[in-house]
Design a protein around this ligand. Sequence first.
Ligand code: ARG
Length: 505
Amino acid sequence: GAGGNAGGDSGGRCNGTAPQDGGEAGPKGPDQLEGPGTAQNDSLHLKRRVGLVSGVALIVGTMIGSGIFVSPSGLLERTGSIGMSFVIWMACGLLSLLGALSYAELGTMNTSSGAEYAYFMDAFGAPPAFLFSWASTLVLKPSQMAIICLSFGKYAVEAFVTECEPPDIVVKMVALLAMVVILYVNCYSVNLATSVQNVFTAAKLVAVLIVIMGGAYKMFEGNTQHLKEPFKDTQFSIGNIATAFYTGLWAYDGWNNLNYVTEEIKNPSKNLPRSIVIGIPLVTVCYALINVSYLTVMSPMEMATSEAVAVTFGNRVLGVMSWLMPLSVTISTFGSANGTLFAAGRLCFAASREGHLLDILSYVHVRRYTPAPGLVFHSIIAGAMVMYGTIDSLIDFFSFTAWIFYGGAMVALIMMRYTKPNYPRPYKVPIIIPYLVLVISIYLIIGPIVDKPTIEYLYASFFILGGMVFYVPFVHYKLRIPYMDGVTVFLQMLFEVAPTTSMFD
Ligand code: ARG
């Protein structure tokens, strides 16, 4: 379906107009780590507009999405006991923090946007970086977007139909509508997108607070019966624990979100690590308290079978205000989708700037400074996934692919400590941390395969490696697709976009 079409376009490169030399994403000296105002003023650039607050909002507001409102059931089902579930929820938070601290080193060392893409380019060279951009533009980022928008649609529609399951097609249409609105916001202006992110993050924190206070109130009333004997019925199997992790880690995914937009952060060497250290523990604490809250009003059994725990919770605690819960989930998912698209556009931008995807995807709107073509491209693929996919089918699959690359980033970090010992590292993570994250990601990749080998994991691996089929002719040998230059110029005028000046010149 969508993958095939879009893949066919990938890799075409129009050499004529691109100012960048397609060269290496090299390190930048400390002088370039500065905020706005250094030698970049008059050229066309994405501007540095993300400060500490927006940085934290981009992390927290993306991480808190649909997961915490739906995953607790799945996690409980896979572990058998609330105690074990809780341990996994916390372990996921810790893992995200350790991963993000490692990304803080990578992101302050190489301050170009695109996260893994930029780090792979530095550490391993072009082919692995290409495979990452290939897999993430065609699968990872759009599937995140699709899962979140589908959850949005589900809750938005559920608020209106009470009697029956909402019709699938309506949910999908609402999901697409949300996607179009978010696309518009992000193409319109970076300031608007970050403002939306800030406002929605604040709103969702209020929603989280409502759940926590509701839970605290119930607890003081003495509803602690479900919290006794937390480890009763725990199930132990390597594969189950790994897939339970997948469910939990989906709720935490987005911990690396700020690394995609480093070029737009004011003073990244300070604000990137700070945002990480504030954002991720904040999310972890929220998730812990929410989980306890849920259990004050429902038994583990009810929790495992509930279609939407947050809504069940709302119905039991909020009385006439119970409509607040589906509303909160729609707000939360909308904000998370906004943050996801924001980052996805930058990734596309960074990879195509190096000649790894179509050139047009790296262009920026001449007046609005938004990477509009990349955003539109992502949304088209995500839209196709919304039409043909389901939430559950996408999640395990997503995590498997994602952790291959998160693990890869740890290898990049460790390797560069040896190969590039003299790079400036404004933030240096204790080296044990990336090793630990690497070992866990290997377990997360292998665990489910060993436990229950399904053909999908094989497909995913083949798909990633299959990118080489496009890499060799179009990127390595710079084979040009006939008429591509004309198409690029046409699209350039249509979108009113122009190439940017490379940060590396
Ligand atoms: N954690 C979010 C949720 O619970 C999903 C975040 C998607 N990932 C991302 N990098 N944008 O729905």
